[in-house]
Write a protein that binds this ligand. Sequence first.
Ligand code: KG4
Ligand code: ZN
Length: 331
Amino acid sequence: MKILAIETSCDETSMSVIEDGTKELATTVLSQMDTHALFGGVVPEIASRMHIENITIVLDETLKKAGLELADIDAFAVTYGPGLIGSLLVGLMCAKTLAYIYNKPLIPVHHIAGHIYANNLEKPLEFPLLALVVSGGHTELVYMKDHYDFEVLGSTLDDAVGEAYDKVARVINVPYPGGPLVDKLAHQGKDTYDLPTPLNDDSYNFSFSGLKSAVINLVHKEKQNNREIIAENMACSFQNRVVDILTKKTINAASKLGIKNLIVAGGVAANSGLRESLSISCQKNNIDLIIPDLKRCTDNAAMIGAAAYYAYKKGDIAGLKLNARASIPLK
Ligand code: KG4
Ligand code: ZN
């Protein structure tokens, strides 16, 4: 089954053709990052306008790469939430139009289900599994006993981890996109700043706003004392706290629940400190770890196409009344 998947939830216009949930025939990702960098972050109105300009270009390019025509496609899948409403609507209207014209199923995909299924393109998922979801909008531990069966065990009580990265980046004068650059700086610095380990308890929940505020307060205090903070050292100290707590809670959950399969999902799965720490801890604890290739960590339509195959098999087919949702729980 060839699914043409569309992802426009934030600032990437992306399409992909995925066969049977595992085989990537073609993917195109057109990033708007350079434009939003001028404003220090994603500007929703600009994002949706750029999706409109780019969507047919991305469609043509993806079909050309796959060597297919629209008539060869068996179903159309689309991210319908969570995300920026204006951005989501562009992808949604495109998917609805194609499904209507070609009289094929329209498959609605939750963005986080997509991030999780990016791993299915690396290696078919094995169950039961634990997914650590770490993105700009989400930080969650998700239990899956089978395909497309999600149970959220815990989540962030405030900021998502990617959001904390982006906010910390701003206060230490790191330009947008903050996360990857803070990650890079962290490797050039030392863990010298006294920062708290957030929500260091036995729950499966996370909290990053206290850690973020500690960074902001320290930066202000140093400024008041006419001292400059050393950005590399702050990045390293911040990243160590984040990686430590994510690793600790994830491995604890896997051990308590007796789960041997761990996957990591979302943009922050690209973080080199997290990748290294999890792979060391998983090896020690005899846990099989899958982390997507870097290109599949951040937003892309291949992950949506992979998820869509299992959503379809479960009977998730939408009518043309399907609407975009800014926020929607994973279930
Ligand atoms: O999954 P994603 O592309 O978009 C959302 O669904 O949110 O994730 C984007 C987030 C941003 O906050 C970005 O700063 C963060 O992922 N990110 C990273 C790294 N690469 C991307 N954070 C830390 N280290 C990285 N290497
Ligand atoms: Zn995402």
